[in-house]
Design a protein around this ligand. Structure first.
Ligand code: NIG
Ligand code: FE
Length: 414
Protein backbone atom coordinates (compact mmCIF):
# COMPACT_ATOMS: atom_id res chain seq x y z
CA UNK A 1 0.00 0.00 0.00
CA UNK A 2 1.24 3.48 -0.84
CA UNK A 3 1.03 5.78 2.18
CA UNK A 4 1.47 9.54 1.95
CA UNK A 5 1.19 12.15 4.64
CA UNK A 6 0.85 15.86 3.90
CA UNK A 7 1.48 18.00 6.98
CA UNK A 8 1.91 21.57 8.11
CA UNK A 9 -0.30 23.09 5.41
CA UNK A 10 -0.67 26.74 6.42
CA UNK A 11 -4.28 26.39 5.33
CA UNK A 12 -6.05 23.12 4.60
CA UNK A 13 -9.38 23.53 2.83
CA UNK A 14 -11.50 20.38 3.11
CA UNK A 15 -14.78 21.70 1.64
CA UNK A 16 -16.21 19.07 3.97
CA UNK A 17 -19.25 16.98 3.18
CA UNK A 18 -20.53 15.05 0.20
CA UNK A 19 -23.55 17.15 -0.67
CA UNK A 20 -23.85 20.36 -2.67
CA UNK A 21 -23.71 23.52 -0.56
CA UNK A 22 -26.56 26.00 -0.81
CA UNK A 23 -26.63 29.71 -0.03
CA UNK A 24 -24.81 30.53 3.19
CA UNK A 25 -23.35 27.02 3.44
CA UNK A 26 -21.12 27.96 0.52
CA UNK A 27 -19.02 30.11 2.87
CA UNK A 28 -18.10 27.15 5.05
CA UNK A 29 -15.09 25.55 3.39
CA UNK A 30 -13.88 23.57 6.41
CA UNK A 31 -10.65 25.54 6.78
CA UNK A 32 -8.02 24.08 9.11
CA UNK A 33 -4.87 26.01 10.05
CA UNK A 34 -1.67 23.93 10.15
CA UNK A 35 -3.61 21.15 8.48
CA UNK A 36 -2.69 17.61 7.49
CA UNK A 37 -4.01 14.85 5.24
CA UNK A 38 -3.39 11.11 5.34
CA UNK A 39 -3.62 9.26 2.03
CA UNK A 40 -3.61 5.50 1.49
CA UNK A 41 -3.31 4.49 -2.17
CA UNK A 42 -5.96 6.48 -4.03
CA UNK A 43 -8.09 7.45 -1.00
CA UNK A 44 -8.16 10.05 1.75
CA UNK A 45 -8.00 8.42 5.16
CA UNK A 46 -8.06 11.43 7.48
CA UNK A 47 -7.84 15.21 7.64
CA UNK A 48 -7.18 17.39 10.67
CA UNK A 49 -4.51 19.50 12.29
CA UNK A 50 -0.91 18.39 12.04
CA UNK A 51 -0.86 17.96 15.79
CA UNK A 52 -3.82 15.56 15.70
CA UNK A 53 -2.73 13.51 12.70
CA UNK A 54 0.94 13.23 13.73
CA UNK A 55 -0.30 10.93 16.48
CA UNK A 56 -1.92 8.57 13.96
CA UNK A 57 1.06 8.24 11.66
CA UNK A 58 4.05 5.92 11.87
CA UNK A 59 6.52 8.16 10.05
CA UNK A 60 8.64 5.23 8.84
CA UNK A 61 5.77 3.93 6.75
CA UNK A 62 4.86 7.20 5.09
CA UNK A 63 6.15 9.43 2.36
CA UNK A 64 5.90 12.79 4.09
CA UNK A 65 5.13 15.97 2.15
CA UNK A 66 5.90 19.18 3.98
CA UNK A 67 3.35 21.85 3.03
CA UNK A 68 4.70 24.62 5.22
CA UNK A 69 3.76 28.00 3.72
CA UNK A 70 1.30 26.36 1.33
CA UNK A 71 -2.43 25.88 0.90
CA UNK A 72 -3.87 22.40 0.35
CA UNK A 73 -7.33 21.97 -1.14
CA UNK A 74 -9.49 19.60 -3.22
CA UNK A 75 -8.75 19.33 -6.94
CA UNK A 76 -11.02 21.57 -9.00
CA UNK A 77 -14.00 20.15 -10.87
CA UNK A 78 -14.59 21.95 -14.18
CA UNK A 79 -18.20 20.90 -14.67
CA UNK A 80 -18.96 22.41 -18.09
CA UNK A 81 -16.65 22.23 -21.13
CA UNK A 82 -16.71 21.46 -24.82
CA UNK A 83 -13.03 20.50 -25.02
CA UNK A 84 -13.19 18.03 -27.93
CA UNK A 85 -13.41 19.90 -31.23
CA UNK A 86 -11.62 20.41 -34.55
CA UNK A 87 -10.45 23.77 -35.87
CA UNK A 88 -10.50 27.21 -34.26
CA UNK A 89 -12.60 30.37 -34.63
CA UNK A 90 -10.14 33.18 -33.91
CA UNK A 91 -11.67 35.19 -36.76
CA UNK A 92 -15.02 35.30 -34.91
CA UNK A 93 -13.33 36.63 -31.80
CA UNK A 94 -11.80 39.49 -33.78
CA UNK A 95 -15.20 40.27 -35.37
CA UNK A 96 -16.78 40.40 -31.93
CA UNK A 97 -14.09 42.80 -30.76
CA UNK A 98 -15.23 45.08 -33.58
CA UNK A 99 -18.86 44.93 -32.43
CA UNK A 100 -20.36 41.81 -34.00
CA UNK A 101 -22.53 39.72 -31.67
CA UNK A 102 -22.30 35.99 -30.96
CA UNK A 103 -25.84 35.40 -32.23
CA UNK A 104 -25.45 37.46 -35.42
CA UNK A 105 -22.30 35.48 -36.30
CA UNK A 106 -24.25 32.29 -35.59
CA UNK A 107 -27.10 33.42 -37.85
CA UNK A 108 -24.60 34.01 -40.69
CA UNK A 109 -23.46 30.38 -40.49
CA UNK A 110 -20.60 30.92 -38.07
CA UNK A 111 -20.66 29.99 -34.43
CA UNK A 112 -21.19 26.38 -33.41
CA UNK A 113 -21.99 25.29 -36.97
CA UNK A 114 -18.57 26.53 -38.13
CA UNK A 115 -16.90 23.99 -35.84
CA UNK A 116 -18.94 21.12 -37.29
CA UNK A 117 -17.00 20.60 -40.54
CA UNK A 118 -13.51 20.55 -38.95
CA UNK A 119 -14.78 18.24 -36.19
CA UNK A 120 -16.35 15.88 -38.71
CA UNK A 121 -13.12 15.89 -40.74
CA UNK A 122 -10.82 15.28 -37.76
CA UNK A 123 -9.75 11.68 -37.19
CA UNK A 124 -10.19 10.07 -33.80
CA UNK A 125 -6.41 10.19 -33.36
CA UNK A 126 -6.29 13.92 -34.08
CA UNK A 127 -9.05 14.62 -31.58
CA UNK A 128 -7.31 12.47 -28.98
CA UNK A 129 -4.05 14.34 -29.48
CA UNK A 130 -5.69 17.76 -29.17
CA UNK A 131 -7.81 16.60 -26.24
CA UNK A 132 -4.77 15.29 -24.38
CA UNK A 133 -3.00 18.59 -24.81
CA UNK A 134 -6.04 20.46 -23.42
CA UNK A 135 -6.33 18.07 -20.48
CA UNK A 136 -2.67 18.72 -19.66
CA UNK A 137 -3.38 22.46 -19.55
CA UNK A 138 -6.36 21.81 -17.23
CA UNK A 139 -4.23 19.70 -14.91
CA UNK A 140 -1.71 22.54 -14.55
CA UNK A 141 -4.52 24.67 -13.16
CA UNK A 142 -5.42 21.98 -10.64
CA UNK A 143 -8.45 20.53 -12.45
CA UNK A 144 -8.76 16.84 -11.57
CA UNK A 145 -12.28 16.15 -12.92
CA UNK A 146 -13.79 17.65 -16.05
CA UNK A 147 -17.10 17.37 -17.83
CA UNK A 148 -16.93 17.22 -21.63
CA UNK A 149 -19.71 17.48 -24.18
CA UNK A 150 -20.23 16.24 -27.70
CA UNK A 151 -22.17 18.59 -29.98
CA UNK A 152 -19.83 19.50 -32.80
CA UNK A 153 -20.87 16.66 -35.08
CA UNK A 154 -24.62 16.83 -35.11
CA UNK A 155 -24.53 13.65 -37.14
CA UNK A 156 -24.49 10.25 -35.54
CA UNK A 157 -20.93 9.23 -36.45
CA UNK A 158 -19.27 12.42 -35.28
CA UNK A 159 -21.23 12.66 -32.04
CA UNK A 160 -20.23 9.09 -31.22
CA UNK A 161 -16.64 9.83 -32.27
CA UNK A 162 -16.41 12.79 -29.87
CA UNK A 163 -17.76 10.70 -27.00
CA UNK A 164 -15.49 7.72 -27.78
CA UNK A 165 -12.50 10.05 -27.81
CA UNK A 166 -13.42 11.26 -24.33
CA UNK A 167 -13.93 7.71 -23.12
CA UNK A 168 -10.43 6.76 -24.34
CA UNK A 169 -8.89 9.86 -22.80
CA UNK A 170 -10.59 9.05 -19.52
CA UNK A 171 -8.84 5.68 -19.55
CA UNK A 172 -5.40 7.07 -20.33
CA UNK A 173 -5.23 10.55 -18.78
CA UNK A 174 -5.16 11.32 -15.04
CA UNK A 175 -8.02 13.84 -15.28
CA UNK A 176 -11.39 12.09 -14.82
CA UNK A 177 -13.85 12.87 -17.62
CA UNK A 178 -17.63 12.94 -17.21
CA UNK A 179 -19.29 12.68 -20.63
CA UNK A 180 -22.37 14.54 -21.84
CA UNK A 181 -24.31 14.04 -25.07
CA UNK A 182 -25.12 17.41 -26.64
CA UNK A 183 -26.49 16.44 -30.05
CA UNK A 184 -28.96 19.37 -29.96
CA UNK A 185 -26.23 21.99 -29.74
CA UNK A 186 -27.49 24.07 -32.66
CA UNK A 187 -29.75 23.78 -35.69
CA UNK A 188 -27.94 23.06 -38.95
CA UNK A 189 -29.49 24.77 -42.03
CA UNK A 190 -31.05 21.53 -43.29
CA UNK A 191 -32.98 21.17 -40.02
CA UNK A 192 -34.25 24.75 -39.76
CA UNK A 193 -38.00 24.63 -39.11
CA UNK A 194 -37.80 20.89 -38.44
CA UNK A 195 -36.25 21.06 -34.98
CA UNK A 196 -38.67 18.50 -33.51
CA UNK A 197 -37.77 16.02 -36.25
CA UNK A 198 -34.08 16.55 -35.54
CA UNK A 199 -34.70 15.88 -31.84
CA UNK A 200 -36.65 12.72 -32.70
CA UNK A 201 -33.67 11.51 -34.70
CA UNK A 202 -31.37 12.15 -31.75
CA UNK A 203 -33.72 10.30 -29.42
CA UNK A 204 -34.48 7.38 -31.69
CA UNK A 205 -31.27 6.85 -33.64
CA UNK A 206 -28.29 8.45 -31.95
CA UNK A 207 -29.01 8.24 -28.23
CA UNK A 208 -29.77 4.50 -28.14
CA UNK A 209 -26.27 3.96 -29.59
CA UNK A 210 -24.81 6.31 -26.97
CA UNK A 211 -26.49 4.21 -24.29
CA UNK A 212 -25.48 0.91 -25.84
CA UNK A 213 -21.78 1.83 -25.71
CA UNK A 214 -22.18 3.63 -22.40
CA UNK A 215 -20.73 6.76 -23.95
CA UNK A 216 -22.52 9.46 -21.96
CA UNK A 217 -24.09 9.86 -18.56
CA UNK A 218 -25.75 13.24 -19.20
CA UNK A 219 -27.87 14.70 -21.99
CA UNK A 220 -27.79 18.44 -22.65
CA UNK A 221 -29.43 20.92 -25.05
CA UNK A 222 -28.89 24.55 -26.09
CA UNK A 223 -32.24 26.13 -25.22
CA UNK A 224 -32.14 29.60 -26.74
CA UNK A 225 -34.04 31.93 -29.01
CA UNK A 226 -33.47 30.83 -32.62
CA UNK A 227 -31.98 27.54 -31.43
CA UNK A 228 -34.22 25.10 -29.46
CA UNK A 229 -37.35 26.54 -27.89
CA UNK A 230 -38.73 25.65 -24.48
CA UNK A 231 -41.38 23.25 -25.75
CA UNK A 232 -39.01 21.20 -27.90
CA UNK A 233 -36.35 21.27 -25.19
CA UNK A 234 -38.83 19.99 -22.63
CA UNK A 235 -39.83 17.15 -24.92
CA UNK A 236 -36.19 16.18 -25.56
CA UNK A 237 -35.16 16.37 -21.90
CA UNK A 238 -38.19 14.40 -20.72
CA UNK A 239 -37.56 11.65 -23.25
CA UNK A 240 -33.82 11.62 -22.51
CA UNK A 241 -34.60 11.18 -18.82
CA UNK A 242 -36.83 8.20 -19.62
CA UNK A 243 -33.85 6.66 -21.43
CA UNK A 244 -31.78 6.97 -18.26
CA UNK A 245 -29.78 10.10 -19.01
CA UNK A 246 -29.19 12.65 -16.26
CA UNK A 247 -29.95 16.13 -17.49
CA UNK A 248 -28.14 19.40 -18.10
CA UNK A 249 -29.35 22.43 -19.98
CA UNK A 250 -27.77 25.52 -21.56
CA UNK A 251 -30.35 27.92 -20.15
CA UNK A 252 -31.24 31.62 -20.26
CA UNK A 253 -27.87 32.64 -21.69
CA UNK A 254 -28.76 35.36 -24.16
CA UNK A 255 -32.53 35.71 -23.80
CA UNK A 256 -34.79 34.97 -20.87
CA UNK A 257 -36.74 31.99 -22.17
CA UNK A 258 -37.61 30.24 -18.92
CA UNK A 259 -34.71 27.80 -19.07
CA UNK A 260 -34.22 27.90 -15.30
CA UNK A 261 -37.89 26.99 -14.79
CA UNK A 262 -37.60 24.21 -17.36
CA UNK A 263 -34.53 22.78 -15.62
CA UNK A 264 -36.50 22.74 -12.37
CA UNK A 265 -39.56 21.08 -13.97
CA UNK A 266 -37.60 18.26 -15.59
CA UNK A 267 -35.33 17.70 -12.58
CA UNK A 268 -32.05 18.60 -14.27
CA UNK A 269 -28.88 18.07 -12.26
CA UNK A 270 -27.68 21.49 -13.41
CA UNK A 271 -28.76 24.49 -15.45
CA UNK A 272 -25.85 26.34 -17.00
CA UNK A 273 -25.10 29.95 -18.06
CA UNK A 274 -28.26 31.59 -16.55
CA UNK A 275 -27.19 35.18 -17.31
CA UNK A 276 -30.81 36.12 -17.89
CA UNK A 277 -32.51 33.73 -15.43
CA UNK A 278 -35.70 35.17 -13.92
CA UNK A 279 -36.17 35.65 -10.18
CA UNK A 280 -38.88 33.00 -10.25
CA UNK A 281 -36.52 30.64 -12.12
CA UNK A 282 -33.84 31.18 -9.47
CA UNK A 283 -36.29 30.26 -6.69
CA UNK A 284 -37.48 27.21 -8.59
CA UNK A 285 -33.92 25.97 -9.11
CA UNK A 286 -33.26 26.35 -5.40
CA UNK A 287 -36.43 24.43 -4.48
CA UNK A 288 -35.82 21.70 -7.05
CA UNK A 289 -32.16 21.29 -6.05
CA UNK A 290 -30.83 22.19 -9.50
CA UNK A 291 -27.20 23.31 -9.41
CA UNK A 292 -26.78 26.76 -10.97
CA UNK A 293 -23.63 26.47 -13.01
CA UNK A 294 -22.26 29.88 -13.93
CA UNK A 295 -19.71 30.40 -16.69
CA UNK A 296 -18.31 33.90 -16.18
CA UNK A 297 -15.39 33.49 -18.60
CA UNK A 298 -18.00 33.18 -21.37
CA UNK A 299 -19.80 36.34 -20.28
CA UNK A 300 -16.38 38.04 -20.12
CA UNK A 301 -15.39 36.87 -23.62
CA UNK A 302 -18.77 37.85 -25.07
CA UNK A 303 -18.84 41.16 -23.18
CA UNK A 304 -22.17 40.14 -21.64
CA UNK A 305 -23.35 40.95 -18.14
CA UNK A 306 -22.43 38.33 -15.56
CA UNK A 307 -25.00 35.90 -14.24
CA UNK A 308 -26.57 37.03 -10.94
CA UNK A 309 -24.46 34.73 -8.79
CA UNK A 310 -24.72 36.91 -5.69
CA UNK A 311 -28.50 36.96 -5.91
CA UNK A 312 -28.61 33.19 -6.43
CA UNK A 313 -26.48 32.51 -3.36
CA UNK A 314 -28.51 34.97 -1.30
CA UNK A 315 -31.67 33.17 -2.42
CA UNK A 316 -30.21 29.87 -1.26
CA UNK A 317 -29.14 28.26 -4.54
CA UNK A 318 -26.17 25.93 -4.93
CA UNK A 319 -23.85 27.71 -7.37
CA UNK A 320 -21.04 26.08 -9.33
CA UNK A 321 -18.47 27.86 -11.51
CA UNK A 322 -17.06 26.28 -14.66
CA UNK A 323 -14.96 27.34 -17.63
CA UNK A 324 -17.17 26.45 -20.64
CA UNK A 325 -13.92 25.88 -22.60
CA UNK A 326 -14.93 25.80 -26.28
CA UNK A 327 -13.60 27.11 -29.61
CA UNK A 328 -16.17 29.89 -29.93
CA UNK A 329 -17.74 31.76 -27.06
CA UNK A 330 -14.99 31.03 -24.55
CA UNK A 331 -11.60 29.65 -25.51
CA UNK A 332 -10.11 29.48 -22.05
CA UNK A 333 -9.90 26.98 -19.23
CA UNK A 334 -8.24 29.40 -16.84
CA UNK A 335 -9.17 28.77 -13.21
CA UNK A 336 -7.42 32.01 -12.09
CA UNK A 337 -9.67 33.92 -14.49
CA UNK A 338 -12.78 32.29 -12.97
CA UNK A 339 -11.55 33.17 -9.49
CA UNK A 340 -10.96 36.79 -10.51
CA UNK A 341 -14.33 37.15 -12.22
CA UNK A 342 -16.19 35.44 -9.38
CA UNK A 343 -14.59 37.57 -6.67
CA UNK A 344 -14.19 40.89 -8.45
CA UNK A 345 -17.22 41.12 -10.73
CA UNK A 346 -19.78 38.72 -9.29
CA UNK A 347 -19.29 39.74 -5.67
CA UNK A 348 -18.67 36.21 -4.49
CA UNK A 349 -16.30 35.66 -1.58
CA UNK A 350 -13.23 33.50 -2.18
CA UNK A 351 -14.83 30.85 0.05
CA UNK A 352 -17.94 30.80 -2.17
CA UNK A 353 -15.77 30.63 -5.28
CA UNK A 354 -13.82 27.68 -3.88
CA UNK A 355 -17.07 25.84 -3.03
CA UNK A 356 -18.34 26.58 -6.54
CA UNK A 357 -15.20 25.08 -8.09
CA UNK A 358 -15.01 22.00 -5.88
CA UNK A 359 -17.93 20.33 -4.08
CA UNK A 360 -20.64 22.17 -6.04
CA UNK A 361 -18.83 21.45 -9.31
CA UNK A 362 -18.70 17.81 -8.25
CA UNK A 363 -22.44 17.89 -7.52
CA UNK A 364 -23.07 19.38 -10.97
CA UNK A 365 -21.59 16.20 -12.48
CA UNK A 366 -23.16 13.94 -9.86
CA UNK A 367 -19.79 13.10 -8.28
CA UNK A 368 -20.21 14.78 -4.88
CA UNK A 369 -19.96 11.38 -3.19
CA UNK A 370 -16.46 10.68 -4.55
CA UNK A 371 -14.68 13.98 -5.31
CA UNK A 372 -14.91 17.73 -4.59
CA UNK A 373 -13.94 17.63 -0.91
CA UNK A 374 -11.24 16.11 1.27
CA UNK A 375 -13.17 13.56 3.29
CA UNK A 376 -12.18 10.15 4.59
CA UNK A 377 -13.11 7.59 1.93
CA UNK A 378 -13.07 10.03 -0.96
CA UNK A 379 -10.70 9.96 -3.90
CA UNK A 380 -7.37 11.61 -3.03
CA UNK A 381 -7.57 14.41 -5.61
CA UNK A 382 -5.90 17.52 -4.27
CA UNK A 383 -3.85 20.54 -5.14
CA UNK A 384 -1.09 22.30 -3.27
CA UNK A 385 -0.83 26.04 -3.85
CA UNK A 386 2.47 27.93 -3.64
CA UNK A 387 1.04 30.46 -1.16
CA UNK A 388 -0.05 30.16 2.49
CA UNK A 389 -3.66 31.29 2.17
CA UNK A 390 -6.71 31.05 -0.08
CA UNK A 391 -6.75 34.85 -0.10
CA UNK A 392 -3.80 34.82 -2.52
CA UNK A 393 -6.14 33.31 -5.14
CA UNK A 394 -8.00 36.52 -6.04
CA UNK A 395 -5.18 38.79 -4.83
CA UNK A 396 -2.43 37.32 -7.05
CA UNK A 397 -4.82 37.88 -9.93
CA UNK A 398 -4.58 35.87 -13.09
CA UNK A 399 -1.61 33.86 -11.86
CA UNK A 400 -1.57 30.10 -11.62
CA UNK A 401 -0.74 29.35 -7.99
CA UNK A 402 -0.77 25.57 -8.34
CA UNK A 403 2.48 23.89 -7.38
CA UNK A 404 1.49 20.24 -7.15
CA UNK A 405 -1.51 18.20 -8.26
CA UNK A 406 -2.23 14.83 -6.67
CA UNK A 407 -4.73 12.60 -8.47
CA UNK A 408 -5.91 9.36 -6.87
CA UNK A 409 -2.97 9.62 -4.48
CA UNK A 410 -0.30 10.05 -7.19
CA UNK A 411 1.56 13.25 -7.97
CA UNK A 412 0.59 13.97 -11.57
CA UNK A 413 1.86 17.55 -11.83
CA UNK A 414 4.63 19.35 -10.00
O1 NIG B 1 -21.85 27.01 -23.84
N1 NIG B 1 -24.03 28.31 -25.86
C1 NIG B 1 -23.85 27.27 -26.50
N2 NIG B 1 -22.77 26.49 -26.49
C2 NIG B 1 -21.47 26.89 -26.12
C3 NIG B 1 -20.78 27.65 -27.21
C4 NIG B 1 -20.11 26.75 -28.14
C5 NIG B 1 -19.43 27.45 -29.29
O2 NIG B 1 -19.54 28.68 -29.48
O3 NIG B 1 -18.75 26.71 -30.02
C6 NIG B 1 -21.50 27.64 -24.82
O4 NIG B 1 -21.15 28.83 -24.74
FE1 FE C 1 -21.46 25.37 -23.04
Amino acid sequence: MKKRYIRHASELVTCKGSAPKHGKEMSDIGLIKDGAVIIHDDKIVATGTTEELDKQVDFEEYEVIDATGKTVMPGFVDSHTHFIFGGYRADEFSWRLKGDSYMSIMERGGGINATVVPTREATEEELIEAGEERLNRMLEFGVTTVEGKSGYGMDCDTELKQLRVMKKLDETHPVDIVRTFLGPHSVLPQWKGREREFLEEQLQVVMPKVKEENLAEFADIFTEKNVFNIEDSEYYLTEAKKMGFKLKIHADEIYQLGGAELASRVGAVSADHLLKASDEGIRQMRDAGVISTLLPATAFSLKEEYAPGRKMIDEGCAVALASDLNPGSCFTNSIPLLVALGCIYMNMSIEEVITALTINGAAAVDRADTVGSLEPGKQADLVILKFPSIHFMPYHTGINLVETVIKKGETVYH
